[in-house]
Design a protein around this ligand. Sequence first.
Ligand code: CTP
Ligand code: MG
Length: 229
Amino acid sequence: MRILVVIPAAGSGTRFGGDIPKQFRPLQGKPVLQHVVERFLVHEDVARIMVAVTEKLLTVVAQNESDRVRFTAGGETRLDSVMSAFTAAGDDGYDIVAVHDAVRPFFFDATFIEAVSTAAEFGAAMPGIPIIDTLHAVRNEFIDTTFDVSSLVLAQTPQCFRYEVLRDVLYKAAAEHERGTDEAGLAARFGVKVKLIPGDPMNFKITHPDDLAVAEAIMARWGQQGAQP
Ligand code: CTP
Ligand code: MG
């Protein structure tokens, strides 16, 4: 099995704020992105990790064609960055592509493994978690309607696809100028069956500064235990 991992890391982190984008902020002394890359590198089936970063950053990275981790220029949107990294990786006999946010350092190995095997069997897989809070639609600052959340899930990554499945979805999205905030949703819109696998609240996306403080606490706990729970 040959797996390509695509990591969009070209965002500016406007909600997080500050001068350094959140994916490069230190977490236990190491950039968040590095934690994420290392979590994938331990898997032997991962043949290549293609990271999309800003063009400016690309000029300061030295890299060889043979490196397992490679960097390429991202784009305006997350989808553009994924597209760019996917294209830069080329068709090198990959069976599965995993797309993972640069700012989710706490995915479980088991989740990745299950997403890969589910994608191999069904074509596409996405980890998701149920919504535990009540969800209202608000209009003019007053509650309009309340949703039945029983069939709703929050999307997480790594989202995995058979190589050809994601290739077709990305090219179709480009051709039809489709926008989407994740590839699983885009795939589903194009008629691909995306199988849900269990995600975990621990696999949250670092979005605001407080999330990094939570991440530090989790890292410290994992460090003490010697491994993830
Ligand atoms: N991303 C990207 N290229 C973009 C926008 C986002 O590669 N043009 C990446 C981010 O770096 C991140 C992932 O997509 O790893 C998820 O996006 P998000 O959490 O929204 O990050 P940002 O877009 O950077 O943050 P914000 O929306 O607060 O500006
Ligand atoms: Mg964003």
